[in-house]
Structure formats: structure tokens, C-alpha cells
Design a protein around this ligand. Sequence first.
Ligand code: B12
Ligand code: SF4
Length: 502
Amino acid sequence: MYLVNPSHLSFGVGVITPRWLFVLAGATPAAYGRPQIIDETLESFDVDGVQAGDVVGIGIHTGNALRGYEIGKAARARGATVVFGGIHATLYPDEAHQLGGAHAVVRGDGDLVWPLVLDHAAHGTLQETYEGGRVDAERFVPARWELLPQGRYMWGSVQTVRGCPKHCSFCSVWRTDGQKPRQRGVDSVVAEILELRRHGFRFVALADDNFYPVTLADLAMAERQRNEPRLEQLRALRAERFELMARLAQLPSDMVFFTQITMEAAEDEAFLDAMRRANIKGALVGVEAVTPEGLKDVYKGFNEVGEALVQRLRKFREHGVHVLGSFIFGLPSDRAATFEATADVAERAGVTFAQFVMLTPYPGTVDFEAWEKRVGADAAQVAGIPITRHWLIPQAQRPKVYSPHPVMTPNEIRERTQGVWDRFYSLRRIWARSRCTPNLRARVAFVLISKLYRQMYANTGIATDSARVSRANRWARLIARPCRHFFVARPLPALTSPSSEA
Ligand code: B12
Ligand code: SF4
């Protein structure tokens, strides 16, 4: 049995372990043997090894769906049973059948339904579609980390909460994973982290949608409404967050965690302090826009702008949590001046890393639906494919900007975005930011990692020039391997769990 994470680019070394591979491996009954785990971000999959009777499970998000379909068709042609899953297959199950050679598609979470799919595949009773639904947090299947290939990744990944109560217009999480946070029990989270540390991982990404699912405003609202059951539920969720952080604080002190969180967390100094004690040293914060109009564009009114925004982001840093600020360009209210203004905010707020992404309508989002309706049957085509199915356009020809902007051309948005990446990741600025590290070795690591981040995420995604893309890809391959050494630690095979009472 194969589990395949498709990618059209391979870097030899991966930054974060794609968690679904190891979770589905965990959900695979022992009777089916040891699953072959293939992550194409490391190297591409040689489908010639697939034989008739094999099962090939392919997990796709929108960005890698096309490569996933190539693999699916090739595996089916070799006689394998092909099963698709993941967010994109959940949204477009028919597409996986029509274009990816799927025998079956799993929608939603695979944790509980996967053994049934394998059973049906073995008995020749496979259905076209399976509804995996939204599995309750206490039934999440832990990842099988003993299947990790040796020496290939920098960060492990463990999910502590799935779903997000917000409703940002560019994001599909609240619609596919739900607005009710499904928070995993502390013991099972800690058990997985310990296992990763035993294998020598001291950097762990908490693959969460929103690590701060209960805000002070949520509590106040429930109190005002005298909604006791809701208040109790919110307090329990919040208490469990603190309990998790207290347990993380007892793990080996060289551990480093990173999560994704809304900037609302800056309202709660006790929470930030608990994060610091837990060694949650960094968090991706969705800043998205620095103007009120921009925030309105993305339904993110709970974010701040102006000086309040700078202060909120600084607050994380003051409490020992580094911020990876995530910004979106190409919003209808953006103007030429927005790019520099955003770069200024990123600098003034002291964010340690930043990503500047161009607005992309992802299926399953409010933005996508409105856009699809707006352009309708008149959608422009590239390589014979309407841009409302942009993921089916060959990677090199995919447009970088999808909606006509009221005042800027697509090229202007792309170039200005690239300009902001260039500015933020100039050697001079990276070196200045690297002052946050404790010694020269860490400073050098910081510089290399900043450059790696820029090559992996920016150049390959924004550049239209294929020479630039392959140069960036070569660069990333070259620096990824030495970078990994900064992340690994001595394995601690005998590490035991800190007691929950302690
Ligand atoms: C952590 C995370 C990241 C991390 C780490 C990625 C990694 N290497 O693991 C980082 C920050 C790097 C990242 C980057 C990006 N991400 Co991201 N990420 C996530 C997040 C929050 C969790 C992913 C995770 O580990 N989940 C835990 C696993 C167990 O769940 P799962 O992957 O959904 O798998 C389950 C099911 O889907 C199913 N399943 C999955 N595959 C298969 C296969 C088979 C055969 C079967 C049967 C079932 C099955 O079973 C699994 C177990 O239940 C998700 C949101 C989410 N809640 O999933 C977004 C998400 C996947 N990311 C998203 C996006 C857009 C991105 C970026 C494009 C952002 C950007 N603009 O740069 C990049 C793309 C990177 C890339 N090239 O892959 C979107 C994808 C939307 C879409 N339609 O494709 C999501 C859904 C978030 C969102 N805002 O909507 N991401
Ligand atoms: S806060 Fe983050 S995870 Fe939640 S809906 Fe908005 S973008 Fe998605």
C-alpha cells in the first residue's frame, strides 16, 4: 500500500512533515502491512514500482491536485486501486474520478473511514465516495512516527486543534473543518511530541488552524447573554489550552514549538506567558491587511490596523513569541502605496519572518464562490482551462492574479509583491533581524533559514520567469540540507512522559 503526497517540486529535504501521511498510516490496520510513505516534496514518485493489486492513497490540496491526478492515472493504468482524499478531493470528488483515475474518494477526515475503505478494496466492494465527516477530537488517530524516513525533515507536526470559530473570506477551514474547535486531549498530544523527541525532533509545528480558539470577547459575550452552557464550554476549552501549555513546559527545554494563531491572543498576557513557558517560540499570525478597508475585504474585522496593529504584534515578541506575519496582496482596496506601507508595518512591528501572498481564490471559500459566480461562463481560459479551475492549468502557465483589480494590472501586483519580499529578505535586513538569536551559530542559521524560506515560498510561487523559478529551486535544494542540521537534536530514546500531576 502506498500513501503519496504529490508535489511538482522536490527539494530533497522537507521543512515540515506532511501530517496526513503518518495519520493515515496510523489508521491502516496491521493486516495490510507497512504502508510505503512517499512525499514528493522530497523526491518524485516512481510509479513504475506500483503493481496490480496495490492500493495507492493520494492526498491532495488545491495546489498539488494536478500532480496528484497524474499519479492517480498512472497508478490506475498499472492495475492499482486508487483512492483520493484531502481537502481538494473533499470539495471536488468528481474531478478526482474524472481526471485522477480514482476508484474511490474519501471526503472529510480519513481517520475512521480508512480501514473500511481498505476492507472494501480487499473484498472488491469499493464505493465511489466515502464520507469521513468531522471526527471528534478524542477519536483523532495519532501519527505513526516510526515510519518517518531518517534525516529528511526539519520539523515534526502535531495537530492540537482542528476547526476555527472565525469566518475569513479567503479561508476554507471554517467551512470544511467547522467553526467548532475540535481540541485534542492533552495526553495524546504530549505522547506524540515525546515520540518525535525520541526520534531527535526538537522542532515541532503545531498544525493547528487557530491555537487561540476562545477569546476574552467570546467569554464576555457568553456572560452578557447569561448563556451558562456556552460559558462552561468556552472556559473548559480555555482551561485545556493552559493545561496543554503547562505540560509542554515540562518537556525537554530544548524543544521549540510553532503554531498558527489570531492576533487576538495578544489581548491575553497570561496566555502569551504560558506560550513562552511552553516553548511555543513562534506563531504564524494572519495579519492579511494593514488598512481597515483591506480587513473589510477579507471579513477580518477582529484584526487591528495602524499603531494598534503594531502594538499587538509587538506584544507577542515582548512575551517571547516570534511572529511569522502573513500578509495578502491584491485585495480590491489595495493601492500602489499599500505595498510599502505593509513592508513598513512588518518592520515596525518587529515580525521575525513574513510571507506576502497574492490573493488566490481557493475553492470552498466565500471569495471563491463570489468570484466564480461573477466571472461565470465568461471566465478567461488558459491552456483551454477556465481560470475558475486554475489548479488544472499546468503549473508554469498558472496566472498569478485571478480577479481584475480596480486600479492595478496583474503584473504590477506581482512585481510589487516581489519587491516587498526582496525588501524584507534583503541580506542587510535579515542580518539585523538575526540579532534576536543567542550566538553566532544561531545567527548564521537564521540567515540561511530566512533565505531558504524566501526561495521555497516566494520565488517559486510569484516568478513568471522559468529561469528564475528553476534557479530558486536549485538554491533551495542546495541550502535545505545544511539547514536541516540546525534543527536536529540528539535522539532521546529513553525519554518518558512528565506526569500530568507534576
Ligand atoms: C499546518 C498547515 C500548513 C503548514 C504545514 C504544511 C505541511 N507540510 O504539513 C504550512 C504553514 C507550511 C502550510 C502551508 C500552506 N498551506 Co496549509 N495548512 C495547514 C493546516 C492548518 C493543517 C494541515 C495538517 O497537518 N492537518 C492535519 C492532517 C491530519 O489533516 P489533513 O491534512 O486535512 O488530512 C486529513 C483529511 O484531509 C484526510 N486525508 C488527507 N489526505 C488523504 C488521503 C487519503 C487517501 C485519504 C483517504 C484521506 C486523506 O484524512 C486526514 C486525516 O483525517 C491546514 C488546515 C487543516 N485544518 O488541515 C492548512 C491548509 C491545508 N493549508 C492551506 C494552504 C492554502 C496553504 C498554502 C498554499 C498557504 C500559502 N498561501 O502559502 C501553503 C502551501 C504549502 C504547500 N505547498 O503545500 C489550505 C488549503 C486550501 C486548499 N483548498 O487547498 C488549508 C486547508 C488552510 C486554509 N486556510 O484553507 N500549511
Ligand atoms: S482565523 Fe485563520 S483559520 Fe480561522 S477562518 Fe480566519 S484564516 Fe481561517
